[in-house]
Design a protein around this ligand. Structure first.
Ligand code: NAD
Length: 260
């Protein structure tokens, strides 16, 4: 479905981003991986994408805190693979603390990675998309782009900001064959979430199953995690030609979270 297209996925060395990269590659797209992590593990993921799907896969070490490196990542796709047709802004981090105790540096870092990086990447990618009259920009927002939770001020603010940026970019690019959408997952089963469970279980004197259902999934009516494959399948659909009229949309995939 995406043969010949090039997808740049930020934060794709782990979790949802890696699932996007593999799902786009499965559809024939060449990939630029990006994210932090162990160099050998990243190289293993990169070569696995090439051998599993018969596509080209490059790695950009761009730090999402650095606008020039973000522009360089888009340029890498354009010079080495011919284009940046699909841009997925996915890199993200979290910190949980009351506002009055929230470290100022952490606020700035979360706004930079979870919000400003998407602006810098779009700024670099949109000119090429406009020139080619085709583009797909997909931002991983969150249920927290639509509703809040306490103690997540920076994350919720950045994700609400992503909602505004998504809609603005959609309006600016609507006549150029470009769509801009946000996917709003609820809790997704990723290494990040998985790692918290044993400690939380110990701290609260609960079983791991109780922690999943009664603590982490308290806000998610299905009481089931969304899977990374489900989120990636949504992104593949948004990149397809059948989704050409979907733009500026906030696409919920949250087990009913924001319906409550
Ligand atoms: P994850 O920790 O598995 O992945 C985060 C990715 O971002 C990693 O590849 C990491 O290396 C990268 N990253 C972090 N800081 C970076 C930086 N400075 N420069 C470049 N890359 C950087 O987490 P995930 O759960 O897969 O999250 C991916 C996205 O999905 C995030 O935007 C997150 O907010 C969003 N999300 C996650 C959930 C969930 O429950 N897991 C729910 C809703 C939204």
């Amino acid at each position: 479905m995406l043969k010949g297209k090039v997808a740049v996925v930020t934060g794709s060395t782990s979790g949802i981003g890696l699932a996007y990269a593999r799902a786009f590659a499965k559809e024939g797209a060449n990939i630029v991986l990006n994210g932090l992590g162990d160099a050998a593990a990243i190289e293993k993921e990169r070569t696995a994408i090439e051998s599993d799907f018969g596509v080209k896969c490059l790695y950009s070490p761009a730090n999402m805190l650095k606008p020039d490196e973000i522009a360089g990542m888009v340029q890498l796709a354009e010079t080495e693979l011919g284009a940046c047709d699909i841009l997925v802004n996915n890199a993200g981090i979290q910190h949980v603390a009351p506002i009055e105790e929230f470290p100022i540096d952490t606020w700035n870092t979360i706004i930079a990675i979870n919000l400003s990086a998407a602006f810098f990447a779009m700024r670099a990618a949109i000119p090429g998309m406009k020139a080619r009259k085709w583009g797909r920009i997909i931002n991983t927002a969150s249920a927290h782009a639509l509703v809040a939770s306490p103690f997540k001020s920076a994350y919720v603010s950045a994700k609400h900001g992503i909602a505004g940026l998504t809609k603005t970019a959609a309006l600016e690019t609507a006549t150029f064959g470009i769509t801009v959408n946000a996917i709003c997952p609820g809790y997704v089963w990723t290494p990040l979430v998985e790692k918290q469970i044993p400690d939380t279980a110990k701290a609260r004197g609960m079983t791991e199953e109780q922690v999943k259902k009664e603590v982490i999934l308290a806000a998610q009516p299905t009481k089931e995690f969304v899977t990374v494959e489900e989120v990636a399948a949504y992104a593949v659909f948004l990149a397809s030609d059948n989704a050409r009229s979907i733009t500026g949309a906030m696409q919920q995939i949250d087990g009913g979270w924001v319906a409550e």
